[in-house]
Design a protein around this ligand. Sequence first.
Ligand code: SAM
Length: 214
Amino acid sequence: MDYETLRNKMVQEQLISRGIQGEALLQAFLRIPRHLFIPETLKINAYSDFPLAIGEGQTISQPYIVALMTKQLDLTGNEKVLEIGSGSGYQTAILSELSKQVFSIERFESLAKKAASVLADLGRNNIQFRVGDGSVGWQEEAPFDRIIVTAASPKVPAPLIEQLKEGGKLIMPVGESYSQMLTKIEKINGKLISTDICACVFVPLVGKFGIKKE
Ligand code: SAM
């Protein structure tokens, strides 16, 4: 399969044509081989316009959603980023291209191991992984310039708000199962400014400050 052609087509037809802009961001999507993050049997759909199963009942998000969430973070290359929900590691790879350091937490060890192995093979050396409950954040490494949560909860976990730097940005799906709003939070002068981005559906953020049970 000619993955490079499929990747170019994905960027043109799913990202640029839907208004995703920014040279560095688009270049990251052109560079990262998304098919390496997809289970063997689903590789044929690696560049398709929908989410895919990655094991443990979890999903890799549709390319457009990965791009939209990344875009909201306004990364310049200097940021320390916290990601909750490493999943396949694809979003992690995009973040690692566009920021200084990425700290990524995944609750399933099997997914974290696989993601770490693909990213190591790609030579990404600015990422640290942790297996555990990301709803509590990563206190030892706080504060973070940016936080991205790729699983949904009715409220933004309080520890994540605390661990967000002044002037920082957080993006997360907020709401109940099957009905959430992709929400951007900015911390300005100690106050939280919240902006609704779009309706979305994500898997639950299972943890102490998220949803208690799946
Ligand atoms: N962005 C990922 C990618 O590119 O493949 C997809 C992430 S998937 C939609 C959400 C992930 O969040 C799942 O892998 C799930 O196991 C993880 N997750 C859910 N609750 C979590 C928690 N409390 N801490 C860490 N990870 C969690």
